[in-house]
Write a protein that binds this ligand. Structure first.
Ligand code: NAD
Length: 439
């Protein structure tokens, strides 16, 4: 990074600090007007966003509109509809004052100030703009750093932001580690990071240096349990949707399957038939692109370590960055594919005979971002939830919870800290300030 870029970053940061001090963002009407204008600009950029998402990640227009654009728009409408009610201070009960005087108490919701939002590559629009609208609805200003791994999308995001906002309110800084390191040294008032647990540690260390509050949206290996009484057809279709979308590069994708041994053969048979029907000529090139050649190499490494375990798919092309939907059977915890989050379209299948042992294996590992259980037995499902933990969970479904602005979304432990979406975004980006008044 040259001196000029560094100075520009510091200049924008100082401008945002100064703008926040004017208290203009404390006005709810200001927030609403800014976000309404952003909405119009964002919609106008639909074509440009879809084109960039196709180049960077091979996303189809339908997928791009649904999981990147519509999710942001529906959440934004929900925030705009409800902000007036949420922003009102909440009166609470009071304890008597020692003097006997009357006391009233309330909770005020105030913005933190200048926010730093760091985005990942996999859903580069949704995972950058969803935190942004949460930060703005709560009255903050923001600097955004999109992922350098999806450069075409990053450029469109910058264009949208430039056309929507003054840089003293919202600005995009492009860059990678160097720029991020500089930004993390600045005294932001809040940091919102989405990415891998390893970089999450770097971000949290930097935040700790200045005691900056933060949210970490991280990842991990999300388990999927398919019990003996599950509706296998539904399980296959729903797991398929959650796993192959975005070529497996989804933080909440089912990472691996734990299926009851009594139905494992049937499950694999149905899975193969479903794949064959969905992609008669194979799925290569039909489910999106892997972000770069290095990640293709990592994924290929999982297959090369145990080629005999591939029971469906397995082809890839580093030049086009395509990777086929791939099933692996007879997998165990020692396999290379089970050592870290896969983040690609490889689905390892393991069998269990005793659910207690399966849950123990899951619980011995880092806390996952999501956990899915497929069963027709509500008690079994609840028991699994009671005896495990994960950021969030679904019963008889996968990855859909991320799109609901009625549910708080986020991880726990190594899969993250802090929750957002809908009202939870407003709360996440607001400081709850207790106010006690003696009358
Ligand atoms: P990443 O951690 O590699 O990168 C995220 C951001 O961190 C990028 O903007 C990048 O520029 C920056 N960065 C990378 N290395 C850095 C370093 N050494 N120092 C400072 N900054 C650095 O993540 P990714 O590859 O973009 O995304 C994949 C990961 O993100 C997966 O683990 C996935 O599970 C997770 N993820 C989580 C969520 C969620 O909402 N919880 C959503 C999407 C992705």
């Amino acid at each position: 990074m040259n001196k000029e870029s560094e100075q520009k970053i510091r200049y924008i940061f100082q401008k945002q600090k100064a703008f926040f001090k004017t208290n203009q963002t404390k006005d709810i009407e200001f927030r609403k007007a800014q976000l309404r204008h952003f909405r119009t600009v964002f919609v106008n950029y639909t074509d440009a966003l879809c084109e960039a998402l196709d180049i960077d990640l091979g996303k189809s227009r339908k997928e791009a509109e649904y999981v990147e654009i519509q999710i942001v728009l529906s959440e934004l409408d929900y925030l705009l509809e409800n902000i007036d009610a949420w922003a009102v201070p909440t009166p609470v009960e009071s304890k008597p004052h020692p003097s006997g005087a009357k006391v009233v108490s309330k909770i005020m919701y105030e913005p933190y100030g200048v926010n730093y939002i760091i985005g990942p590559f996999n859903y580069p629009v949704q995972l950058t703009f969803s935190p942004l609208i949460g930060a703005l609805i709560a009255g903050n200003t923001a600097i955004i750093k999109p992922s350098e791994n999806t450069p075409h999308v990053a450029q469109v995001l910058e264009n949208i932001v430039k056309e929507s906002f003054d840089e003293s309110y919202v600005a995009v800084v492009q860059g990678a580690i160097e720029e991020n390191t500089l930004l993390l040294s600045l005294p932001f008032d809040y940091i919102f990071f989405t990415g891998s647990p390893n970089v999450g540690k770097i971000v949290m260390k930097a935040a700790a240096e200045q005691l900056i509050p933060l949210t970490l949206e991280l990842g991990g290996k999300s388990p999927t349990i398919v019990h003996s009484d599950a509706d296998l057809d539904k399980a296959v279709a729903r797991i398929s949707y959650g796993k192959w979308i975005n070529c497996g590069q989804t933080c909440v994708a089912p990472d691996y399957i734990y299926v009851h041994e009594s139905v494992k053969e049937d499950f694999i048979k149905k899975f193969k038939a479903y794949l064959k029907e969905s992609y008669p000529d194979g799925s290569l090139g039909k489910i999106g692109k892997i972000v770069n050649k290095q990640q293709i190499k990592n994924l290929a490494g999982y297959l090369e370590a145990a080629p005999e375990k591939i029971v469906y798919g397995g082809r890839y092309d580093p030049e086009t960055r395509h990777f086929e939907a791939t099933l692996m059977d007879q997998v165990n915890w020692d396999d290379k594919v089970m050592q870290q989050e896969i983040f690609g379209p490889i689905l390892p299948v393991m069998a269990y005979s005793d659910i207690n042992e399966a849950l123990e294996e899951i619980n011995n590992r880092p806390k996952p971002l999501a956990l899915y259980v497929f069963t027709e037995n509500q008690e079994f499902a609840q028991d699994v939830l009671n005896r495990t933990t994960s950021g969030d969970a679904e019963i008889n479904s996968a990855i859909i919870h991320v799109g609901s602005h009625y549910l708080p979304f986020g991880g726990v432990g190594t899969s993250g800290m802090g929750k957002y979406h809908g009202k939870f975004s407003f709360e996440n980006f607001s400081h709850s300030r207790s106010v006690l008044q003696v009358i």
